[in-house]
Ligand binder design. Sequence first.
Ligand SMILES: Cc1cc2nc3c(=O)[nH]c(=O)nc-3n(C[C@H](O)[C@H](O)[C@H](O)COP(=O)(O)OP(=O)(O)OC[C@H]3O[C@@H](n4cnc5c(N)ncnc54)[C@H](O)[C@@H]3O)c2cc1C
Length: 466
Amino acid sequence: MASGLTRRELGRATLAGAALAGLGGAGLLAGCGSGEGEDSAEASKQDVIDRLPSMGIPKPVDYIRTDWSHDPLALCSYSYLAPSRYGSTVRRMLAEPFGRVVIAGEATARIPATVHGAIGAGREVAALVGRELGEEGRVAVIGAGAAGLACAGALEQGGLRPVLIEASGRVGGRVRSGELAGSPVELGASWIHGVEGNPLTDLADAAGVGLHPFGYEPGFPVPGQRALADAGERRLFRAIDSFDPEVPGARLRTVDWLLPYRWGPGLQWAVQNEIAQEYGADADRLAALATWEGGWLGGGDALLDGPYASLLGGLAGNTEIRLDSPVSAIHQGSEGVTVSAAGGEIEADAAVVTVPIGVLKAGTIEFTPQLPARTRTAIETLGAGLLDKVWLAFEEPFWEREVEGFAWIDPRRPGRWGSWVNSVPVNGKPFLLTLSGGGDAHRLARRSDLEVVGGAMAALQSMFAG
Ligand SMILES: Cc1cc2nc3c(=O)[nH]c(=O)nc-3n(C[C@H](O)[C@H](O)[C@H](O)COP(=O)(O)OP(=O)(O)OC[C@H]3O[C@@H](n4cnc5c(N)ncnc54)[C@H](O)[C@@H]3O)c2cc1C
């Protein structure tokens, strides 16, 4: 893993400081939710902003926060490898076809928890289905995220007749933008991880979206904190590098088992940034083997200066797409499958299920006959990780305009609100993004907007006021 900030996303969140302790809740704004009640949401957002205490830095003009653990069509941010006797074969177990049905998506990908991994998983499953069905047949693809779109496009190219069945009113799944101060911001995926040999690089080119290299080299506005953070990263990666995946019992080890007994603020910060936010799981939940999963493409990471979802638009070709059609059941018989969705039943020769691991765990879709034991075990065993985002918009940047991001070690809770991404160099917008992962993200998900935005603002105050 790279030194510097976490490769997947930057950031970490903290709750309000003492100045905010007495403020009441303003209700959770689900950044991932529907557009329902936008007027009242707007009103309560302004109320939250108005109630922020004066901190010696400008107040935000808008904010948006995600709530992926409560989004019923995701129920997590992405999968992670939990310790188990199956090790990483659990992902292959999940991808094993059962009769005419097969599960695919980021959780079955060779490079899990990424958009390009999901595209790869979608294309691989399309090849598998094509081999089984030959050049004819109708395939129900459930879920129109990156995996479902890529799968449908590849099936169509192969001469089959896919139909995409999507619960929401849009395609893209966990690639999704929201509106911040009148401009789109990414609520799900933001980065292209490794631009070389990545299908997303060509898709961005085709969509006319620019790529901005991202080096995970944050500034540290508070003197002395860079040295602390560097030392923490060194300790973390030394511990991870010491892990031998071949030793007996390796599959059952968690990352925290590798770490030194005494942590200190630098290591605490590094663990939040590199583990909790990278994988969406805390070190005591994440299998040590997870650090060996995936493999990263070369060329460095990049942020986009246009909507991520526009990269996915063409993936499905001319596939028929049924939106607003949540699937509740999949029945398979000897002749084919029947998919029960809002709006009616769809008959097909095979079905590819690309709903997120959180949705599979929740049992939202009833399978008859029931899923095989190995598939059920895989669903239970894989973790459903959480990464949430807080975006803040300001009138003008009060931070250094050219830095790609900055970091901070909260002395009381190192790692929370620990790193920030600056939008100015990417698209000129005076926006900041900070993130939370794992248990911290679950704790923050239970907090009001006022506490969360107030906490993030208190962190900025510690970095930039006075
Ligand atoms: C906050 C966050 C940050 C991320 N950051 C990055 C990043 O920077 N870079 C990166 O590469 N990856 C990132 N990821 C991961 C990436 O977004 C996912 O790995 C990828 O988008 C998953 O694609 P998928 O097709 O497997 O699943 P999804 O995109 O989730 O698609 C599944 C689809 O199934 C639909 N669905 C659910 N239930 C039903 C049902 N019952 N019936 C019908 N349809 C249903 C959903 O609505 C959804 O459209 C991030 C994810 C999150 C949440």
